[in-house]
Design a protein around this ligand. Structure first.
Ligand code: ADP
Ligand code: MG
Length: 736
């Protein structure tokens, strides 16, 4: 395949109120557009290095503010996904300053189904195509890597309940002698359906969100790489195609100078800028002709994306731009970066290889086929055992041979070792029988042996019993195994997890969170209710709940309709059949056939059936897309709930700490307490009144508060009293 430049697109973030004059988009034709940015006069003076006022950049296409997510997928991601399905590597990465819409473009907005981004749409598209293409067998895996401060973390590890990034498995880079990069500890999770893949995406996003604290702001300072690994092969073939699609949400590209923060944040800012700086170095090196060393190894991100940059990959970049006045300099620097990226040429090759395991399997099959062919040509059908007919024929041959007194007579059983072995065994048994007979003649005390004919019968009977016993034993084994399996799958044994259960990983996580909610003490629950009531994101949660309900109702009625249409089709089929039988009985059909004419009534029924089938297909397609939407909405809701709980937890801890800080509660942290929330309350203090100055300060002094004696719960109760007071006073001041 010939070399191809990295494709660059620009997307301007939607913002409230356009600022005319700052930028202009000229899309000329299918693959050429120019974006003109004009620096406002009041900014131009202080602008670094700036003599000009207008900058012009070239992109394949510039997507203005009103561009929908669907169009972004269709124009940018779908062509890459198509190539990946065909066996080529692909990468789509978003680059831009924080807040310019990278996450919105790559993953999607957190509130609306229509805002879903490139990752969920690509998954949807890939699984649709995989299901359509029956000529190949596909397997899909996904992985989700976060790189933060030069360390890699596996966002998809279902065994971990991360509360901070460091809890997640650390991913490291290994390089083999052929300089191929391997990511140690990054799990590849199998996904057999769109639903499973979506669950994994949401698991990773939830991990990312939970691990993020206000201090580390991982989402702006880390790089996230969601990778879809596809392998495909034709049935029976040993040639496998393996390809990867990286969907990359890079860290914010803003410069350190502008970040202007101290302490830890500066270290982080330096790190991002350092890794993005290394990315820039790689890009500059790639754009230079005759440059042999490309500094990929300087950072983890450039190592992981080595193939995407100047290697075996079809790569696309989306420059995300925010055109507010204060962001103009960053937007110009993003566009400059994109112009350099456009100079890089990649060469995507078909990733096709012969799988040794599959090859062995295929060769084994071939050997067997050749054996079968030989057997067929030599007129013999070889199996592992002689068939009863073959044994019978052999016995006859042997008897004839033994009875024939002619010493010249030969026994010819052919070149079949199984038959030769059978003959030897036969002779041995015969000799043994004769020796036994001679013995019994010499020893009259011995019970008489059964005559040879009788013996044979007994022996056959014995053999028959043996095989019966074998069959029974194997049946018993099977039964036992089944019982064990049933025990294993039985939901009454909750400690044993059904390995085939389709419970998504997110469900595991959310059930853990639900557990946390259940464990909340009453005071906390009440505070949680109040917190929820005033939570700004509640509107979206409620909207989505309503939408979900509507969709469920729609799906239900559509499901009923689909069933009705199916019933109607079956009725019509039966009617056609009946009509045919009637016609046949009347002898009409042959006349019609001879005249090459159609029965008009049957035609009518068939037309009705076709119409119903069309209706069925339409309804079914709609039902399927509704199902995807419902699943997506459920995951969005789940994510919002987790975010709500996380924010509540943060607020709660803060409230408790500030309460203790002011010494308003007669409590002291035990050294083992986490966040200072374990307090000692003596047994005699079960009932206290808050009129005591020491306890709750100015809060509800006259209300008696029942304490339980459990230090954790009591701390919760006291913290709640304070929190409620805070909330009420905040509300009070808001009303004033
Ligand atoms: P980044 O990841 O680059 O820091 P985000 O994707 O988080 O930026 O975007 C910042 C905010 O702007 C989010 O609230 C996001 O939903 C919103 N946003 C970004 N791009 C768009 C867009 N094209 N349309 C609507 N909202 C957008
Ligand atoms: Mg982001």
């Amino acid at each position: 395949m010939e070399k191809q430049s990295i494709k660059i697109y620009a997307r301007v973030r939607a913002a409230a109120g356009r600022r005319p004059g700052i930028y202009a988009v000229h899309n000329a034709g299918a693959s050429a557009s120019s974006l003109e940015i004009t620096v406002p006069r009041d900014l131009a003076d202080g602008f670094v290095n700036n003599k000009r006022e207008t900058y012009r950049f070239r992109f394949l296409e510039t997507f203005d503010q009103d561009t929908k997510q669907e169009a972004i997928f269709e124009r940018i991601a779908r062509p890459v996904a198509e190539r990946v399905l065909a066996g080529y590597n692909g990468t789509v990465f978003a680059y831009g300053q924080t807040g310019s819409g990278k996450t919105f473009t790559i993953t999607g907005g957190a509130e609306r189904y229509s805002d879903r981004g490139i990752i969920p749409r690509t998954l949807s598209y890939i699984f649709q195509e995989v299901q359509k293409d029956v000529s190949k067998v596909y397997t899909v895996h996904v992985s989700y890597l976060e790189i933060y401060n030069e360390c890699g973390y596996d966002l998809l590890d279902p065994r971990h309940e991360a509360s901070k990034l460091e809890d997640l498995p650390k991913v490291t880079i290994m390089e083999d002698p052929d300089q191929n990069i391997h990511l140690k500890n990054l799990s590849l999770q199998p996904a057999t359906s769109e639903e499973e893949a979506l669950n994994l995406l949401f698991l990773g996003d939830t991990n990312r969100m939970i691990a993020e604290t206000p201090m580390n702001q991982a989402s702006t300072r880390s790089h996230c790489i969601f990778t879809i690994h596809i392998s495909s092969k034709e049935p029976g073939s040993a040639t496998v195609r393996r390809s990867k699609l990286h969907l990359v949400d890079l860290a914010g590209s803003e410069r350190v100078a502008k970040t202007g923060v101290g302490g830890q944040l500066l270290t982080e800012a330096k790190y991002i800028n350092l890794s993005l700086h290394y990315l820039e170095q790689v890009i500059i090196a790639l754009a230079e002709k005759n440059r042999s060393h490309i500094p990929y190894r300087n950072s983890m991100m450039t190592s992981v994306l080595r193939d995407s940059l100047g290697g075996n990959c079809m790569t696309t970049m989306i420059a995300t731009l925010s055109m507010e006045k204060r962001n103009i300099d960053e937007s110009i620097s993003t566009c400059r970066f994109a112009q350099r990226v456009a100079l890089i040429k990649n060469e995507a090759v078909l990733n096709e290889e012969v799988d040794p395991q599959l090859m062995i399997g295929r060769l084994k099959k071939e050997v067997q086929a050749l054996k079968d062919e030989i057997a067929l040509l030599s007129g013999e059908q070889r199996t592992a055992e002689l068939t009863p007919e073959e044994t019978q024929r052999l016995q006859e041959q042997l008897r004839n041979f033994l009875e024939d007194s002619d010493p010249e007579q030969l026994l010819d059983v052919g070149a079949d070792m199984r038959k030769i072995h059978y003959c030897f065994t036969y002779f041995k048994r015969l000799l043994h029988d004769q020796a036994e007979m001679r013995e019994s003649v010499r020893d009259p005390e011995r019970p008489p042996s059964a005559p040879p004919g009788e013996m044979k019968k007994l022996r056959d009977l014995l053999q028959q019993r043996d095989s019966e016993i074998n069959i029974l034993v194997s049946m018993l084994k099977k039964e036992k195994k089944r019982n064990q399996d049933m025990k294993y799958h039985n939901p009454q044994h909750p400690t044993e997890r059904d390995p085939h259960s389709s419970t998504p990983p997110t469900a595991t996580r959310t059930s853990a969170l639900h557990r946390k909610t259940e464990e909340m003490s009453l005071g906390r629950q009440e505070a949680f209710e109040i917190f929820k009531r005033d939570y700004p994101g509640r509107v979206h949660i409620e909207d989505n709940k309503v939408l979900l309900k509507q969709r469920f109702a729609e799906a239900k009625s559509l499901g009923e309709e689909v069933n009705n249409v199916r019933r109607r089709i079956n009725e019509l089929k039966a009617a056609v059949e009946q009509r045919r039988m009637q016609q046949a009985a009347r002898g009409v059909s042959s006349i019609i056939q001879e005249a090459n004419e159609c029965d008009p009534e049957e035609e009518e029924l068939r037309a009705q059936m076709e119409a119903e089938k069309k209706r069925y297909k339409e309804r079914f397609t709609r039902l399927k897309s509704l199902k995807t939407e419902i699943e997506h909405l459920q995951l969005l809701l789940e994510k919002s709930k987790i975010r709500l709980q996380k924010e509540f937890q943060e607020w709660w801890t803060q409230e408790t700490c500030s309460l203790q800080g002011r010494g308003e509660v007669n409590v002291h942290s035990s050294p083992s307490s986490s966040g200072g929330r374990t307090h000692s309350v003596s047994d005699e203090e079960h009932w206290v009144t808050t009129s005591s100055e020491q306890r709750v300060g100015s809060v509800s002094r006259d209300t008696p508060i029942p304490l339980t004696g459990d230090s954790q719960t009591d701390a919760d109760i006291l913290a709640f009293v304070r929190a409620r007071h805070n909330l009420l006073s905040r509300k009070g001041s808001a009303h004033q």
